[in-house]
Unconditional design. Structure first.
Ligand code: SF4
Length: 308
């Protein structure tokens, strides 16, 4: 069972809360400093719009989680929901505006808390003060922050136009941990020249920072992005499924066994995905990973002591 070979989000929730927790993805109408000109105009090279494809447009009135179609799959009445501020950069606004967005969720009994996706360079003193206040006012609620690091390679950070150096990420993790806020880090597998060794360096770095969770995601080439133009000109190659599964196996083996793995592959948008098309069959990719872990007797943290 894959679930027993690594600490998945669902198994972590069952251990910690005794039930599952589902994210309700929200689009709060934010933008991103990497798109509106404060840092850059083009956005990250792979970005087709801030990951908000499946998000509910939140304009001040929270959706009833029971009305979101995919949550109908929920089986146990004890299961809970968190509001996941997903689209674009969800701390890129004045703190008072953020309070208007976040506080209603904390007060709402239908939600167990919030997850906030953002950039590490958008966690200024005012935002951190607000997060601290929310954490202290609603201690029973979940509050975590998701940061899109993608890689520790400074060369690839420049290539993808991420717009901040690794030191900024490290400092943001330190600030969030000082407030006892969990940090979930997004990584991309399949960046140029990133073999197992380079990805392993990123995993080691996260182990050293003791981040609470990771989301692993394949580099997907989406129509309308600058990455798609490189791909059409043959200047970037897509990753094969075998390579992806092998690197995921390495990540699981090297990762601190206490770090929660929130995702092993992404949900591709079939309308805009150009490559790799195999990634659309998410269930098959997960089965492939499961088989690979079993055949190679990999469990999370198997190699951690050698690298952590
Ligand atoms: S930081 Fe996020 S929203 Fe902004 S350009 Fe990069 S991927 Fe897109």
């Amino acid at each position: 069972m894959t679930d027993l070979r690594y600490l998945s989000f669902s198994s972590y929730c069952r251990q910690k809360y005794g039930h599952r927790i589902f994210r309700i993805p929200l689009d709060a109408g934010m933008t991103c400093p990497n798109r509106d000109g404060r840092i850059g105009y083009g956005g990250c090279i792979f970005c087709a719009g801030g990951s908000g494809d499946f998000a509910y447009r939140y304009t001040g009135v929270l959706p009833d989680p029971e009305d979101i179609p995919y949550t109908h799959a929920r089986r146990d009445p004890k299961d809970e929901y968190i509001a996941y501020f997903q689209a674009y950069t969800n701390t890129y606004a004045p703190a008072e505006r953020l309070r208007e967005l976040f506080e209603p969720v904390m007060k709402d009994e239908r939600f167990a808390g919030i997850a906030i996706a953002t950039r590490p360079d958008c966690l200024g003193e005012d935002v951190l003060a607000l997060l601290k206040e929310l954490k202290m006012t609603y201690p029973e609620k979940i509050l975590w922050v998701e940061l899109g690091l993608q890689t520790i390679s400074e060369k690839n950070a420049v290539w993808m136009r991420r717009g901040y150096p690794l030191a900024v990420f490290d400092q943001a993790v330190m600030h969030l941990h000082a407030l006892s806020i969990d940090v979930i880090v997004h990584l991309i597998i399949g960046l140029p020249d990133e073999d197992e060794n380079q990805v392993g360096k990123t995993i080691d770095h996260l182990n050293a920072l003791h981040v609470e969770g990771v989301k692993l995601q394949l580099l997907q080439i989406l129509e309308g992005t600058d990455l798609a133009e490189l791909w059409k000109r043959g200047e970037i190659r897509e990753m094969s499924e075998d390579e992806y599964v092998r690197i995921i196996g390495m990540c699981i083996a090297w990762l601190d066994p206490h770090t929660v793995i929130h995702r092993l592959t992404g949900d591709g948008n079939a309308q805009t995905l150009l490559a790799p098309l195999w990634s659309l069959c998410k269930r098959e990719v997960l089965n492939h990973i499961e088989r690979y872990l079993r055949e190679n007797d990999i469990v999370q943290g198997k190699e951690y002591t050698n690298h952590g």
